[in-house]
Design a protein around this ligand. Structure first.
Ligand SMILES: [Zn+2]
Length: 355
């Protein structure tokens, strides 16, 4: 799964500009499934049929990552930008970014005043992203255009995945783990289902535009039959010492079984089944109540006539930054529980609200 994660996080795909990810995911899952298509918005929908009759299950992860988009090229060659998704203004200064132009990738940095000038500035000031700029080394506007930049050029953090500490920690640092980590788990699960005998149909949906309001999932959900859905996404742990942290979720403490976030109150039958399977299979888990995020699970649950939906959360620190941190053991626990859920499906599986 480490290799899958490395390949996925290196891809450039902020919201609405996921083409490299859609293409890579489609080509990678093609030999693992019965049918795969890319819909009009870019969602990749892959169907794998089981050996026996059973329910239609959907599992999702989003392919897009937070990023930026070029708004204006100044005469100086510096670039003004807008956000794609929820970026924190406090994290922007002096970070490396990567621009995807029609002629290739460019390295840029978000500029900041030199430390030598800082004494003339208000030390507590946080500049809005509209006051900032991306420097790609262009000498002037014409030069920036020659390099391939235009209004609308998409931008991400510069990819640079590595072990945090060293390889003994099992923890990785990089950009876009939200939610390429979920994509890696979905693909790994499809690979492991190759040798398994399961009931029903599993549809893996890799969505676009989650970070700008669950848009891809809304469109994808209308195209699939689903008796039950599980969304995979990262969640923010609260195990660091800032005063806003309540230590309710921890890195390395297992997959998060969602109880509630702002987009979803998990369906009781799905949640209870996940908890039972985690206990039966000795998979480490933690229950997640965190109103600070929403996931594609929210959109799935409201689709069609309503789909019983649960979410497995991959714990992460420093979300939406270039240095997101995840733990491989959490990733493996998430994959194990998702796989156990698929293998437990049978013709008798029901997800009634009242039992
Ligand atoms: Zn996410």
């Amino acid at each position: 799964m480490q290799q899958l994660l490395e390949q996925l996080t290196a891809l450039h795909g902020p919201s609405g500009h996921e083409q490299p990810v859609s293409k890579w995911v489609r080509d990678t899952v093609k030999p693992l499934v019965d049918e795969v298509k890319v819909d009009a918005l870019g969602n990749v929908i892959a169907v794998k049929k089981g050996a026996r009759q059973g329910p239609a299950m959907v599992m999702t992860a989003h392919m897009d990552e937070v990023g930026f988009i070029v708004k204006k090229i100044e005469e100086s060659g510096l670039l003004r930008f807008e956000k794609l998704g929820g970026n924190d203004d406090r994290l922007l200064l002096t970070q490396k970014v990567q621009l995807r132009t029609k002629s290739g990738l460019l390295t840029g940095v978000i500029g900041s005043i030199s430390a030598h000038y800082a004494k003339f500035d208000d030390a507590g000031k946080v500049r809005n992203h509209r006051q900032l700029y991306i420097d790609i080394g262009a000498k002037n506007k014409e030069h920036a255009i020659e390099l391939g930049v235009e209004v609308g050029t998409p931008v991400t953090w510069k990819p640079d995945m590595e072990f945090l500490g060293n390889e003994t920690t099992g923890r990785f640092v990089g950009k876009g783990f939200d939610d390429r980590a979920g994509c890696a788990v979905l693909i790994q699960t499809l690979q492991e289902l190759q040798d398994e005998d399961f009931a029903g149909t599993v549809t893996a949906v890799f969505t676009v535009q989650e970070e700008v309001g669950l848009r891809g999932a809304q469109v994808a959900a209308r195209q699939v039959e689903a008796d039950v859905a599980i969304a995979l996404d990262t969640t923010a742990v609260s195990d660091t010492p800032e005063e806003t942290m309540d230590a309710s979720l921890a890195l390395g403490a297992g997959t998060g079984i969602k109880v509630l976030d702002f987009s979803l109150i998990s369906h009781p039958a799905v949640k209870e089944k996940l908890i039972r399977l985690a206990n039966d299979n000795k998979i480490t888990y933690q229950l997640e109540v965190f109103p600070g995020i929403g996931t594609d699970g929210g959109a799935m649950s409201l689709a069609n006539h309503g789909i019983p939906t649960g979410v497995l959360s991959i714990p992460s620190r420093y979300a939406h930054s270039p240095v997101e941190v995840i733990d491989m053991e959490d990733l493996v626990a998430t994959k194990e529980l998702l796989k156990a859920f698929v293998l437990d499906l049978s013709e008798k599986s029901g997800f009634d609200f009242i039992n």
